[in-house]
Each structure stands twice: as structure tokens, then as C-alpha cells.
Write a protein that binds this ligand. Structure first.
Ligand SMILES: NC(=O)c1ccc[n+]([C@@H]2O[C@H](COP(=O)([O-])OP(=O)(O)OC[C@H]3O[C@@H](n4cnc5c(N)ncnc54)[C@H](O)[C@@H]3O)[C@@H](O)[C@H]2O)c1
Length: 260
């Protein structure tokens, strides 16, 4: 019960790793608001986990400030306060690495980076007032791997490929440092988790089966990460034991990226 009676917003809680976070946070005694753009999956997850604790769903587009405001208001109305923000939602499962248009790069950043900032922008005042809060931003080890994405190989017809997902996830690390620096003085911490390849439905789309062993091989444990492997580190950052841990990046990848 490391999170007993703490109120947590989990963005993207309706699918994939988000479901694992919801389950474990409930088991640790937290009250959970799922903030997800996917109505069906968000509501279905809340319904399925309702017997395990207090959980609700609020339709939220984290890239839309009005929607973010509504999510924060709904959470306060339902649970009275907000103690934890788990910024997990991203364009990942439906990411299109072949779309090299500026419009798409902006769209990916609007969700994956600015969405995390918008959520924190509207949650932080509540935490600052209480002089306690936890923000956990989900990045990715993709931010460290320069070989990912679509590459042009013809020097006579060259176009610099974008890989917005990768860039956006590296930006999340910088955003976390910014949040930590601003909020630490008020007892609010911000930390960042970079998962390795985690076996979710979205991963089956993004990283077809043939490539999965390659990622496993890059890890010292020679295995890919499971959603359940992600939840312990999130609980640590969300709980009381991490009070003096602020602005940190934790790679949960079995020992692939080992930043110093
Ligand atoms: N699965 C992996 O291998 C892996 C690896 C590294 C990082 N990650 C990160 O972990 C997180 C979860 O990954 P996953 O595998 O569960 O992916 P997923 O695609 O299943 O989950 C993403 C969730 O975010 C929601 N979402 C998307 N856009 C949104 C928006 N604008 N507003 C609100 N919600 C929105 C989706 O509806 C979905 O529920 C993502 O941030 C992803 O980038 C995943």
C-alpha cells in the first residue's frame, strides 16, 4: 500500500502498459483517473478494474488544453485532489514512421511532448499548493537509438528523414529536467522512465515479430520488457520513498541503454 489514498491521473491508461500501471496503482491503494483519448478502451479498462479499487475514466486529449482542464476538473470533482501525474499517453501504436511531413512531426510533438507539459501545467498548481506531488513522464530508449526510422540511401535523391517519435521521446527527458527544476522547491518531483521494447499490442504493430529478438539481443538480460516490469519503478517514483529523487531518468530495458 505504498500509494494508499493517493489520487493519480494516468494518461493513456486505457491500453497497453497503461493498464498495468492502473492495476498496480490500485493494488497499492491509489485512486485512479484514466485520461485517454480512446473512449472505448478507457471506459472498458475502468469497468474491468472497478472491483479492484476506485477508478474512473475521463475522455482526454492531452494535446488540447481545454480537454486537459476538463480532465483536471473531473478528477478533483471525483476524488478531491491530485497527488500523482503519470504522463504515459503518446502517439506510439499508431505512429507512422514514413510520414516525413512537418505537419505530422508537429502533431507527434503536440501529443508526446506538449501533451505532457499541458497535463503538468494544469496539475502542478494543485500539487504546489499541497507542497507535495509526483510527476512521472514516460520517455523511451528510442530517444537514444540513432539507427531507428526511415533512411534515405540515394545521395542523388536525398531527403533527411524525420523520426518524430524518437525526437519527441528525447525531448521528454529535457522536459522532465525543466519540471524538476521548477517544482522541486515546492516538494513536487518530476522524474522520467525510458522503457525498452515492451511487449504490448502497440509494439506488435510498431516492431514486427522478426525485429523483436534484435531488441532483446541489445539488452544485457537478452530479453524484452513486459508491461508488469514497468510498474515497480513507477510506484517508486510515485511514492514517499523517492522524495529526494528529482529530475532523474531511469531506463527500464534490462540493461541496454546505460546512461551515466
Ligand atoms: N511499448 C513499448 O515498447 C514502449 C517502449 C518505450 C516507450 N513506450 C511508451 O510507453 C507508453 C505506452 O506505450 P504502449 O505500448 O502502452 O502504447 P499504446 O499505444 O498502447 O498506448 C498509448 C495510449 O495513449 C493514448 N493516447 C494517444 N494519444 C492520446 C492523446 N492525444 N490524449 C490522450 N491519450 C492519448 C492511446 O489511446 C493509448 O491508450 C507510450 O508513451 C510509449 O511511447 C512504449
Amino acid at each position: 500500500m505504498q500509494l494508499k489514498d493517493k489520487v493519480a491521473i494516468i494518461t493513456g491508461g486505457g491500453s497497453g502498459i497503461g493498464i498495468a500501471y492502473c492495476e498496480r496503482f490500485l493494488a497499492e491503494g491509489a485512486k485512479v483517473m484514466i485520461a485517454d483519448i480512446g473512449d472505448q478502451q478507457g471506459q472498458a479498462t475502468a469497468d474491468r478494474l472497478a472491483s479492484k479499487g476506485e477508478i474512473a475514466f475521463q475522455h482526454t486529449d492531452i494535446a488540447d488544453e481545454d480537454s486537459v482542464r476538463a480532465c483536471v476538473a473531473a478528477t478533483i470533482e471525483r476524488f478531491g485532489t491530485i497527488d500523482i501525474l503519470l504522463n504515459n499517453a503518446a502517439i506510439y501504436g499508431d505512429y507512422n514512421p514514413l510520414d516525413n511531413s512537418l505537419a505530422y512531426v508537429k502533431q507527434v510533438f503536440d501529443v508526446n511532448v506538449h501533451g505532457q507539459w499541458l497535463m503538468a501545467k494544469h496539475v502542478a498548481p494543485i500539487m504546489v499548493e499541497k507542497r507535495r506531488g509526483r510527476i512521472i513522464n514516460i520517455a523511451s530508449i528510442a530517444g537514444f537509438i540513432h539507427q531507428l526510422g526511415a533512411f534515405a540511401t540515394d545521395p542523388n535523391n536525398f531527403e533527411l528523414g524525420g523520426y518524430a517519435y524518437q525526437h519527441s521521446k528525447f525531448s521528454v527527458i529535457g522536459l522532465t529536467r525543466h519540471m524538476a527544476g521548477q517544482l522541486g522547491q515546492f516538494g513536487v518531483t518530476a522524474n522520467c522512465i525510458a522503457p525498452g521494447l515492451v511487449m504490448t499490442e502497440a509494439t506488435e504493430v510498431q516492431v514486427p515479430g522478426d525485429f523483436q529478438p534484435m531488441f532483446a539481443d541489445m539488452s544485457a538480460t537478452k530479453s524484452n520488457t513486459q508491461p508488469e516490469d514497468m510498474v515497480g519503478p513507477a510506484v517508486f517514483f510515485a511514492g514517499d520513498d523517492s522524495q529526494m529523487v528529482n529530475g532523474q531518468l531511469l531506463c527500464v530495458d534490462g540493461g541496454n541503454i546505460m546512461p551515466v
